[in-house]
Design a protein around this ligand. Structure first.
Ligand code: ZN
Length: 272
């Protein structure tokens, strides 16, 4: 068995503010330790369920260089740095059976949700595939499904747990904090969260066959709303990209992975 753990930061235990996830701050240094410990807890959970499984941990936040490597469970392989193919899901195309999402957050525009955003909070207001609004969890779930990998578990606040039920019915969700707003939550103790993750992973893997992830087959109509019209201008240099409203780009992608890549491209170009 091959398991991919994609780890973001906004949904890590105790994180409630942008400062907590921004490199260079004292708070970030504390929370990256917890992020590493949550990854290790998930690795232990995978190997308890399936000794001998190959576990790949893929960094999925900011610079993609957040985990403190010498603190991570040594049985996992770590993918870090950016840009990398498949971004937050690097490695998913290499025969992965199941995917665990740790530290995830709800999509841009979600109310009463800790640090909700989609890919880049300074550029993107919404992403739609064939008219369906998707955040990072939805996009990554659909990319996993495209490659035959089953998303089994997500951890984060209660708002991302609700999103999980929409994009992948049957996927388990572990709520590590109760969201009270965009920058406030009632949070569980960090050690308690690690214990719960370690227990949640085997349970989620056991229910793998019940998950019905969102999947896009064939060409996909991608729409991306940016925050300011100027943020769309560079993306319009891509042949086939069109502007259909002041802040809405659209592109007819040949397949879902192409649409996925273009979301990353629009975010990167819009931030320049
Ligand atoms: Zn994220």
């Amino acid at each position: 068995m091959r398991v991919l753990i994609s780890i973001d930061m906004e949904g890590i235990a105790g994180v409630v503010d942008a400062e907590d996830v921004t490199p260079g701050t004292v708070e970030y240094e504390r929370h990256r330790l917890q992020m590493t410990d949550e990854a290790s807890a998930a690795v232990r959970g995978v190997l308890a369920a399936s000794p001998g499984a190959a576990v790949l941990v893929t960094e999925a936040h900011g610079p993609f260089r957040n985990l403190v490597h010498d603190r991570l469970d040594r049985r996992a392989e770590l993918v870090r740095g950016k840009p990398k193919p498949e971004g937050m899901m690097a490695g998913v195309a290499d025969g992965v059976d199941s995917v665990v999402f740790l530290g995830y957050h709800a999509k841009a525009g979600s109310a009463r949700s800790v640090l909700a955003h989609t890919v880049n909070s300074r550029v993107i207001a919404d992403v739609r595939c064939d008219g369906r609004s998707l955040g990072e969890l939805g996009l990554n779930t659909a990319l996993a499904a495209h490659h035959g990998a089953v998303p089994v578990l997500v951890t984060g606040d209660d708002s991302v747990a609700r999103e999980a039920a929409e994009v992948a019915p049957g996927m388990h969700a572990l709520v590590v904090k109760r969201s009270l707003g965009s920058r406030a939550a009632a949070v569980l103790h960090p050690s308690e969260v690690c214990d719960r993750i370690e227990a949640a992973v085997p349970a989620a893997l056991a229910d793998r066959d019940r998950v019905r992830p969102l999947q896009f087959v064939g060409p996909v109509t991608l729409e991306v709303d940016v925050l300011q019209p100027g943020m769309a201008e560079r993306a319009l240099l891509v042949p086939g990209m069109e502007l259909v409203a002041d802040r809405t780009l659209t592109y007819r992608a040949e397949c879902f992975p192409a649409a996925y890549g273009l979301v990353q491209l629009v975010a990167a170009l819009g931030a320049l």
